[in-house]
Design a protein around this ligand. Structure first.
Ligand SMILES: Cc1ncc(COP(=O)(O)O)c(C=O)c1O
Length: 309
């Protein structure tokens, strides 16, 4: 439905990179589609195939008020002629609360606004059973597309890369993208993950998802050894930001012409350049995965008057 050929590999150059003898390639998954952008199609593709093969009527999933995943689900289901339901965190919200929710509704997604308490049950087996009874014949996908099929779909990001590299950098939320990359990574390479949530235990969460996705404990541990967690770049927590981060994203766009967002990719790129300055990437070839998320920037402009690019 969406062509991943649009996701080009782009090398960027700067004096800082040259001085450190570091090569930096960006995998531009943000170019796949405006709404089903970045890692979103990677995580949804096989889930939609599963839904079709199980002959389900629609797809039900979960997300917050500005969720990239909800919008991508609404948009891809609309294109595939599949019904979709979004369970949205926040009883106080409505489809007119913001541009993301408005667009989801426009694309035909049925939005169900639930309390934070109910939302906290989003991964609970009993809760899923109740949902399955209420929304009969719906295929349920966890928040952020973080299941086995989501993870496996993300392996393709690495398969499409045809240059040599030593390290990968990627922003982390549910860990599905980073786990998929890790499974497809290959020998003697490492993966830098940049969790965007404060106090997030990256390795624990990755172990859980890998074990849940049928990878045995020994293999999981071999994979986890390749992970370097950079957990000091959350800028206060999910969707929080500072002036320094905003200025970094603005300067990056001015210099390289590449847009980043303030929730995921801006933080991951900031982490990369900080590690570069510390000398931790000297003589390395680095691959940065641009996971999209650019739709969320509209909110910053509209509500806060901050223009990133
Ligand atoms: C733009 C963007 N980048 C990165 C991530 C993190 O991916 P994951 O949740 O698979 O760890 C997300 C969330 O799905 C996202 O929307």
């Amino acid at each position: 439905m969406y062509s991943t050929e649009k996701s080009i590999l782009q090398e960027i150059h700067s004096d800082e990179l040259k001085d450190r003898n570091t090569r930096l390639y960006l995998k531009r998954d943000d170019l796949i589609d405006e709404e089903v952008s970045g890692n979103k199609w990677r995580k949804l593709k096989m889930n939609i195939e599963q839904l079709k093969s199980q002959k389900k009527d629609g797809l039900l999933t979960f997300g917050g008020a500005f969720s990239n995943h909800l919008l991508a689900t609404a948009s891809s289901c609309h294109k595939a002629g599949i019904q979709s339901i979004g369970m949205v965190r926040g009883q106080e919200l409505s489809e007119n609360s913001n541009e993301t929710l408005k667009r989801c509704a426009e694309l035909g997604m049925k939005l169900v606004f639930i309390s934070r308490e109910e939302y906290n049950l989003r991964n609970d087996k009993e809760y899923w059973k109740e949902l399955a009874e209420e929304y009969t014949n719906y295929y349920i996908v966890p928040e952020g597309g973080a299941n086995f099929y989501g993870l496996i779909g993300c392996q393709d990001i690495i398969r499409e890369v045809n240059v040599e590299f030593d390290s990968v950098f990627v922003a982390q939320g549910t860990t599905a993208t980073s786990c998929g990359i890790l499974v497809g990574l290959g020998e003697e390479k490492n993966l830098h993950v940049v969790p965007v949530l404060k106090g997030f235990d990256s390795k624990k969460e990755m172990r859980n998802l890998l074990n849940f996705s049928f990878f045995d404990e020994e293999f999981t541990e071999q994979l986890i050894e390749k992970v370097i967690v950079l957990d000091e770049y959350h800028f206060g927590g999910y969707a929080s930001y500072t002036e320094e981060l905003i200025e970094f994203i603005q300067a990056f766009h001015r210099i390289h012409g590449i847009p980043l967002d303030h929730v995921y990719t801006g933080k991951a790129m900031f982490a990369l350049f900080s590690e570069l300055k510390k000398g931790n990437l000297d003589n390395k070839s680095v691959l940065f995965i641009h996971t999209g998320g650019l739709q969320g920037v509209k909110f910053l402009e509209k509500k806060e008057g901050i223009r990133l690019w």
